[in-house]
Each structure stands twice: as C-alpha cells, then as structure tokens.
Design a protein around this ligand. Structure first.
Ligand code: PMP
Length: 369
C-alpha cells in the first residue's frame, strides 16, 4: 500500500486543492521542462498537437477503465469548477421542463446547487437535512420522488459537513445526477445507475482547473439550442473536450493520478479498502475519546473523505489546529460556516499522515481532556 512521504512535506489535510500522490508530483517535476519524446513542456504544447491529443485520449481511457464507464456515456473535461455544473446541469436538463427537478439537500454544496437550479426552473426539494444540522442522509423510505422529474440531484459527499452516501439512491427511470466532487474515484461506482456525474479535480483527481463530467448520451442532447455554446454539453462532446482550449496541464496531471491509482494502488476496489482503513483509524479515536471529540456526522453516514468533529470548546479547537501545524499536520481547521475540525483524507493521504493525526489526537486529549 502507498505510504510514501518526503521528509520536508507536511501532512496536508486540506479539503481541496488537496494532497496529491508524491510519485505523481515527482513525475510531473521530472517531465516539466521536457516531456519525454516531445521535446517541450506539456505547458507549452498546443492542445491540438498529437502529444496533447494522446494525453487527452489516455486520460479519458483511464477514467473509463478505472470506473468501468459504459460506451453509452461520454467523458468530458470542462472548466468553471463544480460551481459551473450547478448551473450547467439545470441549463441542459431543466430549462423548459414541465416538471420540477428533484433535489436532495444534504449539506452546503447541494444547497448551493438548488439556488442555481432555481434560476433555470422549478425545483422540488424532496429532502432537507437542516433539522439535524446536516448530520445524516435520507434512507430509502424517507424519499418520495417524482417519477416524471427530469432528474434527481444529489451530492455524494458533502465536503463541509462530512456526510457521505454509502450507495446510490434508487431513482427508477429518472436520471440520477451527482456532484461527486469530493469523493470521485475513491471507490468503484456503478456508473449505469447515474445519468450524469461530475467532479472538480482538486480533491481526488488532480489540481484545480478541470472538472470531469460523465454524461449518458441521451441526456447530453437535451440542452436547448439557444444556450451559450460553452454551456451546452453536446458541444464539448462533439469537439471531444476541445471546444475551447482545455486546461491542458490539469488534464495531464489527472492522467498521472489515474495511472497511480491503477498501477500503484491496484484499482478502485483496493483504493476503497485503503480509504476505509484510514477513516476507521480516525473515527475509532473519536469514538474512544469519551465525548472529548464529537463527530459531526451520525455514524451510518460518516464520510471516508472528510472527517468532521468538534472539541469541547472553540478555544481548544484553535489550540488543536495550532499545535497540529507545529507537528506538520496542516489544514485541519473546519469550514468557516460550521467551525470545528475537518481532516480531509483523500486518496493520496498516506497512512502515515492518518496515523500521525490519530497519535496527536490521543495526546491532545490526554493533556487537555
Ligand atoms: N461541490 C462539492 C461537493 C465541493 O466540495 C466543492 C468544492 N469544495 C464544490 C462543489 C465547488 O467546486 P469548485 O470550487 O471547483 O467550483
């Protein structure tokens, strides 16, 4: 299992941009000035050159291989982050629809997505976790979905609250749309259950600047004719992600991350097992702390990617973050909207980072508890 680290690197628990696999950074460093076989940096390559076309095609192929994406789906690489998808999804799939789209509000990011969708059409919020401060997710029986809705929208992992769906909700014939920004490629996914799935890269898949969209062919054609060109999925599919100049370096790096996942980790099932192992180490410390650490998410909905918890006081939380930094445990402060502590432990967080944080948590409790 990947445990690599370099002595001068901190353990970066930032929610994104986030830690990247060290071998990926090292390869990018080696290749930065001159990509072997091309005599120039990937930063200098035309997006229409054979060199970059090869990189683009290979990144797509690797994602398809890792996730087992069927041929009835397209993979495109866009800019504008996941935020732009909050708008592109309803622009393409909701605009002009006689029926409202069903949205599940499970935390901050799906709430933002609703606000954008409402600019495009009618939205039916079928579930909202507000009453328990977004510490849980709906169970199958909690949902009454509209069988005629143009789509059902979910966020698979709420990065701020640290709640994560353990499996896909059943939507019947209605396309499931998913913001998988903060848990993309962290486990195998039954892509056939999704109509559209998207993820910005800067958590699990690469640097900021590129967003991967996986979209079923029939949905890609739904967008209205009069949409601005960039905002129509079909244009990006037709031009194979070269409708405009794509974020070439970010795509190059995503390819390296995919290769690392395939060749060094051994695929998504292995990655999932490793992610479960890492998360358990931290949740076990929380559960054994006699209430000193209080996890935000209810146990059944705990995220493998973002471990969120509180300490007995804000003063102690401040101290925890500061002392953590002194021990090279970086980025532990919770999101400004909810406070507390958040340890983001994406795919590339080495086991040593999680173990080091667990040790620190135990020590901190022993001296302050
Ligand atoms: N959705 C989720 C689940 C996120 O975590 C984020 C970023 N933290 C976003 C959407 C927004 O992504 P971006 O900043 O790339 O627009």
């Amino acid at each position: 299992m990947f445990t690599g680290t370099a002595t001068d690197r901190v353990f970066n628990f930032s929610p994104g941009p986030a830690v990247l696999p060290l071998p990926v950074l090292e390869q990018a460093q080696r290749e930065l000035v001159s990509l072997p076989g091309y005599g120039m940096s990937v930063l200098e390559m035309s997006h229409r050159s054979q060199g970059f076309l090869d990189i683009l095609a290979d990144t797509k192929r690797l994602l398809k291989e890792l996730l087992g994406i069927p041929d009835t789906y397209h993979v495109i690489f866009l800019q504008g982050g996941s935020r732009l998808q909050f708008s592109m999804v309803p622009m393409n799939l909701l605009r002009g629809s006689a029926q409202p789209a069903d949205y599940l509000v499970t935390g901050s990011w799906s709430k933002y997505a609703v606000a954008e969708a409402q600019r495009e059409g009618a939205v039916n919020v079928v579930w909202d976790g507000k009453s328990t401060n977004y510490d849980r997710l709906p169970l199958a029986g909690d949902l009454k979905l509209n069988p005629a809705a143009p789509y059902v929208y979910t966020c698979s992992n709420e990065t701020i609250q640290g709640v994560q769906f353990q499996s896909e909700i059943e939507t019947g014939k209605v396309p499931l749309v998913c913001d998988a920004s903060s848990d993309f490629i962290h486990r195998p996914l039954p892509i056939g259950k999704y109509g559209l799935l998207y993820a910005c890269a800067q958590k699990n898949a690469g640097p900021a600047g590129v967003t991967a969209v996986i979209i079923r062919d029939d949905l890609a054609q739904r967008g209205a004719e009069n949409l601005p060109g960039y905002l129509h999925y079909a244009n990006h599919i037709k031009e194979d992600s070269l409708y405009n100049t794509p974020p070439t370096f970010a795509i190059y790096l995503m390819r390296l991350v995919c290769l690392w996942l395939r060749d060094e980790i051994g695929g998504l099932a292995k990655m999932h097992a490793f992610n479960k192992q890492k998360a358990k180490i931290l949740y076990d410390v929380i559960d054994a702390s006699g209430g000193f650490y209080r996890g935000h998410a209810q146990k059944a909905f705990r995220s493998l990617m973002n471990v969120t918890f509180r300490l007995p006081s804000e003063q102690l939380e401040k101290e925890f973050v500061k002392l953590g930094e002194e021990r090279s445990l970086d980025g532990l402060k919770g999101h400004r909207s909810v406070g507390g502590i958040r340890a983001s432990i994406y795919n590339a967080m080495p086991l040593a980072g999680v173990e080091s944080l667990a040790e620190f948590m135990k020590e901190f409790k022993a001296t302050r508890g």
